[in-house]
Design a protein around this ligand. Structure first.
Ligand code: KG4
Ligand code: ZN
Length: 349
């Protein structure tokens, strides 16, 4: 770590996790997580098999102030002692983003601190700097419930989009697969668990986009193939474990092919770049992590994957994005800033 250490309070409310955290550090990291509190609303949404926006915003509103108090108490700090207040300003479910951003604005105004509006995806993208001090440039594979992208990151303002999904995000595909197979929500961990005891060669499922030009992803055809398999199986019976394993194997093969293509595009822009960062909730999947590590070895890359609880939604990554901003000497945002339901991380390269 070099330069002044900045202390930032982070707030995350863009989906179904209400989170607050205090992080201290300086770019390029690593940083110190002084507190990291995440309340997952999973139980509230479970009966619906997916996140219900209205329930999410109300739940954020009910507990966010307590979470912030706890994050400061755990860090042993008062609001007066932090250097800035960072909150997710998008992309995400607009009601939730409004709750977090408005709270951050009120705190920033009351305490006379800079407000730092953070792109949620930038939070995921920069996490490996907080955990591993990864220097620019790196290739980012962002795999979450809402996003599936390969981005070359030369710096916070130097982003190159090599590929993204043309339909479903990979986490979304896991969630839908779980629903099809009658596994609980959220789907990712449930499918991974079921796949552990299944035979990945039992069913022949498509490997979407494999071998295609560019580095885009697609998962909706795979989901449909799984649905058809399950419908046929309803007559004769299929093994849920085998289907989960076959589905996960297809996802992995597709992800590996697309990431290999992304690596070639990244090397064109950054010939000496050799770091692959994997971020987003799906990065918690160990089979995917192992396959990516193998690919990296073959292609002369090293992988950096933050620990699972920093891969899924959290506020430490938002606070860290604030640290990045202050380290770069950039000013805070205007209090009039609007929350954004859509906010792409990078324009196509
Ligand atoms: O990053 P995240 O917490 O939220 C956003 O979407 O921003 O990611 C959540 C997604 C869900 O779709 C969940 O099913 C998936 O990540 N996920 C996993 C695993 N753990 C979480 N997918 C596959 N394997 C896992 N172990
Ligand atoms: Zn996320």
């Amino acid at each position: 770590m070099s330069g002044k250490a900045w202390t930032v309070l982070g707030i995350e409310t863009s989906c179904d996790e209400t989170a607050a955290s205090v992080v201290r550090g300086s770019a390029p990291g690593p940083g110190e997580i002084l507190s990291n509190i995440v309340f997952s609303q999973t139980e509230a949404h479970a009966p619906y098999g997916g996140v219900v926006p209205e329930i999410a915003s109300r739940a954020h509103l009910e507990i966010l102030d307590t979470m912030i108090e706890r994050a400061l108490t755990d860090a042993g700090l008062s609001l007066a002692e932090v250097d800035g207040i960072a909150a997710t300003a998008g992309p995400g479910l607009i009601g939730g983003v409004m709750v977090g951003l408005t709270t951050a604005k009120a705190l920033a105004l009351g305490a006379g601190k800079p407000l730092i509006a953070v792109n949620h995806l930038m939070g995921h993208a920069m996490t490996a700097r907080m955990t591993h001090g990864v220097e620019f440039p790196f290739l980012l594979l962002l795999v979450s419930g809402g996003h599936c992208q390969l981005v070359g990151v030369g710096g916070p303002e130097d982003l190159h989009l090599y590929g993204s999904t043309i339909d479903d995000a990979v986490g979304e595909a896991f969630d839908k697969a779980a629903k099809i197979l009658g596994l609980p929500y959220p789907g990712g961990p449930a499918v991974e668990q079921a796949a552990k005891t299944g035979n990945s060669r039992a069913y022949d499922l498509p490997r979407p986009m494999k071998g295609r030009d560019g580095a885009d992803f697609s998962f909706s055809g795979l989901k449909t193939a799984l649905r058809l398999l399950a419908q046929d199986g309803a007559k004769g019976g299929i093994s849920v474990e085998d289907a989960a394993a076959s589905f996960q194997a297809a996802v992995i093969e597709s992800l590996i092919d697309r990431t290999r293509a992304g690596m070639a595009l990244f090397r064109r822009d950054f010939p000496r770049g050799d770091v692959l960062v994997v971020a987003g909730g799906v990065a918690a999947n160990q089979a995917i992590g192992a396959a990516l590590a193998k690919l990296a070895g073959e292609e002369g890359f090293v992988t950096r994957i933050p620990p699972p609880k920093l891969c899924t939604d959290n506020a430490a990554m938002i606070a860290w994005a604030g640290v990045e901003r202050l380290s770069a000497g950039r000013a805070g945002d205007a209090l009039g800033l609007s929350p954004m339901a859509r906010w792409p991380l990078a324009a196509p390269a």
